[in-house]
Design a binder for this molecule. Structure first.
Ligand code: E4P
Length: 217
């Protein structure tokens, strides 16, 4: 299972990279704005900085919603760095653009996916990744993890190569449940990764080992 960090915060990206378990980064316009990164040039420079920190895939989202605009923007983004994955929304022109990118060797992440049908379309169009948003479904009393399970079944039925990127992960249990279901990737905040470390018995056990070692000295 790949771990992506879902942020545009360079310090957090570095921290996750230093832990040695990071496989990539996802961003979106809201995450960029949260870090105060606005304007095309600043956003482009920020993607370059992220690519210098990590060795894996970095999703960069297009803003256009028409086919020609998505293609132009996506081709520009893809040229920035070979780690860039063009993130395209699940809309009609987005599906057409994913097919175009797929035919032309540009990797994509189909974002804003909330149903199995949308995920099926993304896979048919040749998306590299599909991003079902589990946290946002949970927010409206709908089982986000069930969507991951449904997509897993559909993709396995037909051997689709599109990787299921569980997005909108909010906490450690989302990560663990996605791993049980068989999501290929999860993207979440640093806390959802570092939270996996924690267990009180580890802390108690370590404190006892260290105290017992001191007795002999
Ligand atoms: C990542 O690709 C998504 O944009 C992100 O996970 C959305 O997360 P949110 O629902 O917490 O905003």
């Amino acid at each position: 299972m790949k771990f992506f960090i879902d942020t545009a915060n360079l310090d957090q990206i570095k921290e996750a990279q230093d832990l040695g378990v990071l496989d990539g980064v996802t961003t979106n316009p809201s995450l960029m704005a949260k870090e105060g990164i606005t304007g095309k040039e600043n956003i482009i420079n920020h993607y370059k900085k992220i690519c210098e920190i990590v060795t894996g895939d970095v999703s960069a989202e297009v803003i256009s919603t028409d086919f020609e605009g998505i293609i132009k923007e996506g081709e520009e983004l893809a040229k920035l760095h070979d780690q860039i994955i063009v993130k395209v929304p699940m809309i009609k022109d987005g599906v057409k653009a994913i097919k175009y990118f797929s035919d032309n060797g540009i990797k994509t992440n189909c974002t804003l996916v909330f149903s199995p049908g949308q995920a099926l379309l993304a896979a048919k169009a040749g998306a590299t990744y599909v991003s079902p948003f589990i946290g946002r479904l949970d927010d409206i009393s709908t089982d986000g993890l069930n969507l991951i399970a449904e997509i897993r079944m559909i993709y396995d039925n037909y051997g689709f190569n599109t990787q299921i990127l569980a997005a909108s992960v909010r906490h450690t249990m989302h990560v663990i449940d996605c791993a049980k279901i068989g999501a290929d990737v999860m993207t979440g905040p640093l806390s959802s990764i570092e939270g996996l470390l924690k267990h009180p018995l580890t802390d108690i056990g370590l404190a006892k080992f260290l105290a017992d070692y001191q007795k002999g000295n």
